[in-house]
Design a protein. Structure first.
Ligand code: F6R
Length: 627
């Protein structure tokens, strides 16, 4: 987590750093700080809390520096206090460092430095870095060499940026398993944890790779490996548009992103569904163009999916589809658990990492460990790694054999919405591709599923057009007094109950739990009374009657019942539920993508009415790059 940004060029660095931090604030917002170099001095300003505190501090300062670094923090080592905010300085305050990641051996390094009479000003792991660089600078005059020697002492995953008062034309950055992108302008260069920070200035970017160190000067960028060998790398031009990262009139990014979902699904369909494929023509090619090679798809005996948070919920829907449509036994694990308790090795296994950011440390490490533990085994046990991600240029894309790019566009709200829907689409496509290749269901069934998917964009639009006001009104009932919610669902919609509960807790801070509806009577039903609303995802299909019965059981315990269902069952639903969030008629297999939308809206409105920071909920960060 944390966001770092750096600038060297001809403009005033402070404004560029602050606007960059604004775009990185989703990565952490416990504190922020910048350090610039001007007239032989490092000028460092930091503030606890969100960026506006730093802005306020900078308001009456005049700073013409043309080089600087900035940081927005998600606290790991040391409380979110100003003295722990980055940048961290060396003893004579002439060298400043920002870091994203964790220096795992910092305690050992700190003790070593303390034994040399170095005084520390913070409790962070990062502060060892400026002191170590300074130690190595006494042996060599080269900042680059001193940083290289320092990096050789660091263990962990990190990205750093360094400036020095004696080197006003040099900004040095390095990357070891934490994201860092370089931006190329005219006589000016940028670095940042995420390209969104530099998009307003340039669309020419280069992703630094693990083990690389770059020297940015007003004349250009030089890249070396950690041993000092010069690397030859070429930037590329993005087709992203800076407007995509504006709110465009919406009150919050999350709301804008909910409303972008129809367009996201359309893009997914246009990108991956083969328009010429017709089930009744017995086509000899797949209905889905995922570009998967036979070595990834043939003879699969098992699929294992690794993910965290909302991506894990998409993976659970994926499991349902891969088993029920493609007929392949599938397991889903939290990446953070899988890392330390990997499952027995099965031959011909496809391992899928799901991550919108492509940078989640646990997911990346779980995939890497899977590759490593299979590396020396015979071919049928070798790792086949596939990523479903919204960031084609991210770390996960670099370690996997292939990616399914979800094309959702950048998501700024910390609570995932459109990327969840896009990941779920990715699983529909994968299941259909595998189902076709294995002929696990007849072509006409594949055709029916595709036809159903094609209706999704307009059906989401219908929900947004017809339900928004009612959902906002309903949300008012839960903004005071209610402290707990229960979500229930079954089958393919149990993950939607999980996702509804996660959205509610992360942005409204209301405690919420999700259970498979049939599990309520095995314990959780004891929680119910008239102060605990129950949301039942009751989409018509194989388990509809069961969910309705489970909902009735909750109602008998005085719970206020909110149903997510279709108009088809209006009479029965009206009889069962106190409040109904209506979605269009849809086949059960496709229903999760519709059912999630009213739950996203409900959480959004509860949090917005409570006046909470919807886009940057407390304690969270968008990109979880620490373990
Ligand atoms: C919840 C949310 C998180 C992420 C999780 C994994 O709204 O956004 O639970 O889903 O941190 O992130 P990615 O998908 O980037 O791996």
């Amino acid at each position: 987590m944390c966001g770092i940004v750096g600038y060297i060029g001809t403009q005033a660095a402070t404004d560029i750093l602050i606007s960059g931090l604004e775009r990185l604030e989703y990565r952490g917002y416990d504190s922020a700080g910048i350090a610039t170099v001007e007239e032989g001095q490092v000028n460092c300003v930091k503030a606890k809390g969100k960026l506006f505190n730093l802005r306020e501090k900078l308001e009456h300062t005049i700073n013409h520096a043309q080089i600087g670094i900035g940081h927005t923090r998600w606290a790991t080592h040391g409380k979110p206090e100003e003295h722990n905010a980055h940048p961290h300085l060396n003893t004579d305050r002439r060298l400043a460092v920002v870091q994203n990641g964790i220096i795992e051996n910092y305690l050992e390094l700190k003790e070593e430095l303390i034994s040399k009479k170095i005084e520390f000003r913070s409790e962070t792991d990062t502060e060892v870095i400026p002191h170590l660089i300074t130690q190595f600078l006494t042996d060599s005059n080269s900042l680059m060499t001193a940083i290289q020697k320092t990096i050789a002492r660091l263990e962990g995953a990190f990205a750093i940026a360094v400036v020095h008062a004696d080197n006003p034309y040099e900004l040095i950055v390095a990357r070891q398993q934490a994201p860092l992108v370089l931006g190329f302008g005219q006589g000016e260069f940028f670095c940042a944890s995420d390209m969104t920070a530099i998009l307003p200035h340039t669309r020419t970017i280069l992703n630094l790779e693990n083990g690389e160190i770059a020297r940015l000067t007003p004349l250009g960028v030089e890249i070396y490996d950690f041993e000092g060998a010069r690397m030859s790398r070429f930037p590329r031009t993005l087709d992203w548009n800076p407007v995509q990262v504006e709110k465009q009139g919406f009150r919050h990014y999350m709301l804008k992103e909910i409303y972008e979902q129809p367009a996201v699904v359309r893009t997914c369909l246009d990108t991956y569904i083969n328009p010429n494929w017709h089930a009744d023509e017995n086509p000899d090619y797949s209905p889905v163009n995922l570009g998967l090679t036979p070595n990834l798809t043939d003879n699969l005996e098992h699929i294992q999916v690794l993910a965290c948070g909302t991506s894990w919920h998409a993976a659970l829907i994926g499991k349902y589809l891969l088993e029920q449509v493609a007929g392949i036994p599938t397991t889903v694990d939290y990446a953070s658990e899988f890392r330390y308790s990997p499952k027995p090795i099965i031959s011909n296994t496809l391992t899928i990492g799901v991550t919108q950011s492509g940078e989640t440390a646990d997911t990346i490490a779980a995939l890497e460990s899977e590759r490593a533990r299979r590396a020396d085994l015979e071919p049928k046990f070798q790792a086949k790694l596939l990523a479903i991600t919204n960031r084609a240029e991210s770390s996960i894309a670099q370690i996997c054999d292939r990616i399914i790019d979800t094309h959702a566009g950048i998501e700024i709200g910390v609570a995932a919405t459109k990327t969840f829907v896009a990941q779920t689409m990715g699983f529909y496509f994968l299941s259909l591709d595998l189902a076709y290749r294995r002929q696990s269901v007849p072509n006409y069934k594949i055709g029916e599923i595709i036809a159903g998917l094609r209706h999704i964009p307009s059906q989401i639009e219908t929900i947004l057009d017809t339900q928004a006001d009612a959902i906002e009104e309903l949300a008012h009932d839960f903004t005071t007094e209610i402290e707990d919610f229960i979500f229930i669902g079954r089958g393919i919609n149990f993950p939607i109950a999980l996702e509804g509960a996660l959205k509610l807790k992360e942005i409204s801070y209301i405690h919420a739990e999700a259970y498979p509806a049939g599990e309520m009577k095995h314990g959780p039903i004891a929680l119910l009374d008239n102060k605990v609303p129950v949301v039942a995802v009751a989409m018509p299909g194989s388990v509809y009657d069961k969910v309705i019965s489970n909902a009735q059981e909750a109602k008998a315990r005085d719970a206020r019942l909110i149903g997510v269902t279709t108009a088809m069952n209006a009479t029965e639903a009206a009889h069962t539920f106190d409040d109904i969030l209506t979605v269009p008629e849809v086949d059960e297999l496709i229903s999760p993508i519709l059912a999630v939308v009213p739950l996203q809206m409900l959480s959004y409105h509860i949090a917005a009415i409570k006046g909470l920071d919807v886009d940057q909920p407390r304690n969270l960060a968008k990109s979880v790059t620490v373990e």
